[in-house]
Write a protein that binds this ligand. Structure first.
Ligand code: ADP
Length: 400
C-alpha cells in the first residue's frame, strides 16, 4: 500500500488528492486558491467532512507546507513518510515527453524542459514548475512524477497532427497539433472498454470531454488517433469561454476594426467567446440552460452551435476510424447536461445512434444511455484524472 499525492498546480491555486494505492481510494482532497492574494481559501475534504479556512498563502511553498501540516494535524497521515510519491499534472509536454516521467530534482533536466515548453502553455507550465519545486522543498526525498496532458495524443499519425502551414514553422517552432485533456481521454477510453467487456485493443471509441474546456478524441485500440484541440486548447469545438475553430482572418479583421493587437483578439477568443460570448450571459452551462428554458434565442443557439460542431467531429472520427463502438460523455457538461447529450444523439441518428431518453434523464453515475439496438453505444463515464496521475506515479517511480 502506498499513499500518492496527485497535484494540479495552477498560477494561483493547487488542487490535490491524496490516494491510497493501488486501491485507488481517496483519503483526502481539496484545493488552495487565491495564492499570492491577501486572503487565500483552503478547502479540505476528508472522512466525509468538508472544511474551509482562509489562510494567508504568499506563495505555493507556504500552501504546500500548510497542506502537509494539516494532513498531520488532522491525523489524515501519521507521518509524512507515508507519502510515497507526488504526481503532477502538466499541461504541455510537446513532442519531447512521450510518457509520464520521473522528475530528476527541482533544477534537473525535466523541469528545464517543461520550462522550455512554456511558450506553448504560458499560463500552465510555469505554474506546474512552481508546484513541483514547492513539493521538493517540503518533501525533498519523495519521488515526483510529471503526467502530461499531451502524452496520450502523441500517438496521432503525422497526417492528423500536422497543419498545412509552411513546413518550416513545424521545424523551427514546433507548430502542430498537440491536443489536451489526454489524461482524461485515456482514463475514459480504458474504462469504457472495461464497461463494454471488450479488450482495449479491439475498441474504437470517441470520447467527448465536455467541461468548461472541451475536447473530443478518436481512440482506436486504446491509442489516440486524432483529437480536436490543437497547438493550444483554443482549437476544436466551442467551449465555456473559447471560440473553437474559426477562420484565422477573423483575427486580423477585428484587429483593424477595433484597433487591437493579435494577442488581444486571441485573448478574447480564449476568454470572452464560446458560451459566454454567444449567450451574452455566462460561461456556465447551467446559466445558459436557464436562459434557453426562459426562451432566450441566443442561449438555445449556443447549445445548437456547440452540438453541431461536436457532431461534425464525431462524424469525421467515425469515418477516420472506419467505425465506432462507443461514444463516451465525460466532464462537467458531458456528465450532467442531459439536453446537450440528447441534442447530440438526435443528430447522430443517421449513424444508427439511438439514445434511451429515460436512461439519459436518470441521475446516477457511470451508465449506458443508448438503447440495446443502437449501432453505437452511448455511455456516461465520469472522468478521473487524479487516479490516472496516481497510477502513473506508481508505475514510473516504481513504487510498491
Ligand atoms: P473544467 O474542469 O474545464 O473547469 P468542468 O468539467 O468542471 O470544467 O465542467 C464545468 C461545466 O460543467 C460548467 O459549464 C457547468 O455549468 C457544467 N456543470 C457542472 N455541473 C453541472 C450540473 N449539475 N448540471 C449542468 N451543468 C453542470
Amino acid at each position: 500500500m502506498a499513499k500518492i499525492m496527485a497535484v494540479n498546480a495552477g498560477s494561483s491555486s493547487i488542487k490535490f488528492q491524496l490516494l491510497e494505492m493501488p486501491e485507488e481510494k481517496v483519503i483526502a482532497s481539496g484545493v488552495m486558491e487565491r495564492i499570492g492574494l491577501a486572503e487565500g481559501i483552503f478547502t479540505l475534504k476528508y472522512n466525509g467532512k468538508k472544511e474551509e479556512t482562509n489562510p494567508v498563502l504568499p506563495t505555493h511553498a507556504e500552501g504546500v507546507q500548510l497542506l502537509l501540516d494539516t494532513l498531520l494535524d488532522k491525523g489524515i497521515v501519521k507521518s509524512l513518510n507515508e507519502i510515497s510519491g507526488v504526481g503532477h499534472r502538466v499541461v504541455q509536454g510537446g513532442e519531447y515527453f512521450k510518457d509520464s516521467t520521473l522528475v530528476d530534482g527541482p533544477d534537473g533536466t525535466v523541469v528545464k524542459k517543461i520550462a522550455e515548453l512554456a511558450d506553448l502553455a504560458p499560463l500552465h507550465n510555469p505554474a506546474h514548475i512552481i508546484g513541483i519545486k514547492a513539493f521538493y522543498k517540503a518533501l525533498p526525498n519523495v519521488p515526483e512524477v510529471v503526467v502530461f496532458d499531451t502524452v496520450f495524443h502523441q500517438t496521432m499519425p503525422e497526417e492528423a497532427y500536422m497543419y498545412a502551414t509552411p513546413y518550416e514553422w513545424y521545424e523551427k517552432y514546433g507548430i502542430r497539433k498537440y491536443g489536451a485533456h489526454g489524461t482524461s481521454h485515456k482514463f475514459v477510453s480504458q474504462r469504457c472498454a472495461e464497461v463494454m467487456g471488450k479488450k482495449l485493443e479491439d475498441t474504437k471509441i470517441i470520447v467527448c470531454h465536455l467541461g468548461n474546456g472541451a475536447s473530443i478524441s478518436a481512440v482506436e485500440g486504446g491509442k489516440c488517433k486524432d483529437t480536436s484541440m490543437g497547438l493550444t486548447p483554443l482549437e476544436g469545438i466551442p467551449m465555456g469561454t473559447r471560440s473553437g475553430n474559426l477562420d484565422p482572418t477573423v483575427v486580423s479583421y477585428i484587429c483593424e476594426k477595433e484597433n487591437k493587437t493579435a494577442a488581444e483578439v486571441v485573448n478574447i477568443l480564449n476568454k470572452k467567446s464560446g458560451y459566454l460570448g454567444m449567450s451574452g450571459r455566462s460561461n456556465d452551462a447551467r446559466d445558459v440552460t436557464q436562459g434557453m428554458n426562459d426562451g432566450d434565442h441566443r442561449c438555445k443557439l449556443t447549445f445548437d452551435v456547440q452540438a453541431k460542431r461536436i457532431v461534425d467531429y464525431i462524424a469525421s472520427y467515425y469515418v477516420y476510424m472506419g467505425g465506432c463502438d462507443a461514444i463516451c460523455f465525460t466532464a462537467g457538461m458531458g456528465e450532467n447536461l442531459k439536453h446537450l447529450r440528447l441534442n447530440i444523439a438526435k443528430r447522430l441518428g443517421v449513424l444508427g445512434v439511438k439514445i434511451d431518453e429515460k436512461l439519459n434523464d436518470t441521475f446516477s453515475d457511470e451508465r449506458i444511455i443508448s438503447t440495446p439496438d443502437s449501432k453505437i453505444k452511448l455511455y456516461i463515464i465520469p472522468t478521473n484524472e487524479e487516479v490516472m496521475i496516481a497510477r502513473d506515479t506508481l508505475r514510473v517511480a516504481n513504487i510498491k
